[in-house]
Design a protein around this ligand. Structure first.
Ligand SMILES: C[S@@+](CC[C@H](N)C(=O)[O-])C[C@H]1O[C@@H](n2cnc3c(N)ncnc32)[C@H](O)[C@@H]1O
Length: 344
């Protein structure tokens, strides 16, 4: 994402990628103050009271706004500022803490904001992928595009609970991912058989690196405490099962990685909450590239970024789409629920 990681999507529907900062949180046509007000009203309201009031306060604070104006436009988003402040302060800031940080440690704050990116890795998304993975001929070779720390490359390691129906995973100490079914879904009897896995990310995070894990924790919004515990247990699982995540771009490096995958099973290329970071032309090129490869393609993204397929009926969540055309399910952006849409 080079220096500019602001999602560049012009939303056709109001389903945001909550990890992107968000799609509706930064509009390049708006002043920074208005973007923070919009973030408070559209993204943080109902989800994180602490971030809602902080974003409103930033919108009226000349010190914080002046500092934000000194950053490149793609580095001004609330998710990045708030996570960087938490990373340095080791607590959720109030507006006074933020102002003091800017007055007293501005260089340190700038360094974190310039070096780090919003790249939440939510293992619970595996719960919304599992039925689709279970329907494919086994074993699987998995390639995740935009893998962050690789926590969504471990779908066979986690355990699952779908409204009381369990699916066991290979790592008995890994977290159980709870997912509500909003319609009957084809749940597998057991976790998929994964024989090979790789990730690609512009900026891979290392689950063995405590600073990277702290950054991932800071990206989780206050008020979402269950996610913090899940993150830490998933990180432990990743430390027991290290996954190579290659530093690279989804257009430049995917074909080479696909060529390296074993061919004695199904090669699956998948991604979730990634395409909001990619501009429209590049998304189109990516879609063409994946179609040209001999793989199964699972895309779990906000409908606004799916230029190649109508995702009619997806109003609240992400669209889980196979091979660029078959709508399988509507999924909660953080994996909490699933509405299976395809014939079972
Ligand atoms: C919000 S995170 C999602 C991580 C993971 N897929 C998940 O669902 O938890 C998006 C990730 O996409 C990566 N990304 C964005 N643009 C990319 C590109 N052009 N090539 C590779 N990775 C990219 C970011 O670095 C980030 O780690």
């Amino acid at each position: 994402m080079t220096g500019n990681e602001r999602p560049v999507v012009h939303s056709r529907r109001h389903v945001a990628n909550p990890d992107a900062g968000g799609m509706t949180g930064i509009d390049p046509r708006l002043a920074t103050a208005d973007n923070y007000r919009r973030f408070a009203q559209r993204e943080a309201a109902g989800r994180s009271p602490a971030y809602e009031s902080l974003a409103f306060a930033v919108a009226d604070d000349p010190v914080v706004l002046g500092y934000l104006q000194s950053l490149p436009s793609g580095k001004r988003q609330p998710n990045l500022l708030f996570a960087a402040a938490r990373y340095l302060l080791e607590s959720v800031p109030r507006i006074g803490d933020l102002r003091q940080l800017i007055l007293e440690q501005q260089d340190g704050l700038r360094t974190v904001m310039m070096d780090r990116r919003t790249q939440t890795n939510e293992p619970a998304r595996c719960a919304t992928l599992l039925p689709a993975l279970g329907l494919l001929p086994q074993p699987l070779a998995l390639i995740e595009v935009g893998a962050s720390a690789g926590l969504t490359l471990l779908p066979d390691r986690y355990a699952y609970d779908y409204d009381g129906v369990g699916v066991a995973g290979a790592d008995h100490a890994a977290p159980t991912l709870h997912c509500t079914l909003r319609s009957p879904a084809p749940l597998p009897d057991h976790a998929p058989e994964v024989v090979w896995r790789r990730g690609i990310d512009l900026n891979p995070l290392d689950p063995a690196d405590d600073e990277d894990v702290l950054w991932l924790e800071c990206l989780i919004w206050p008020g979402e405490s269950g996610r913090v515990d899940r993150l830490h247990r998933a990180v432990e699982a990743a430390r027991r099962c290290p996954v190579p995540v290659h530093q690279g771009d989804l257009l430049d490096d995917l074909a080479t990685m696909v060529a390296e995958a074993p061919r004695d099973g199904t090669v699956v290329v998948y991604h979730s909450a990634v395409l909001a970071y990619v501009d429209r032309d590049k998304r189109q090129q990516f879609s063409q590239l994946v179609r040209s490869l001999d793989v199964t393609w699972l895309s779990n993204e906000a409908p606004a970024v799916l230029d190649w397929v109508p995702a009619a009926g997806i109003t609240e969540g992400f669209a889980l789409i196979q091979d660029g055309e078959h709508l399988l399910a509507e999924t909660d952006p953080h994996g909490a629920w699933l509405r299976w849409e395809a014939p079972r």
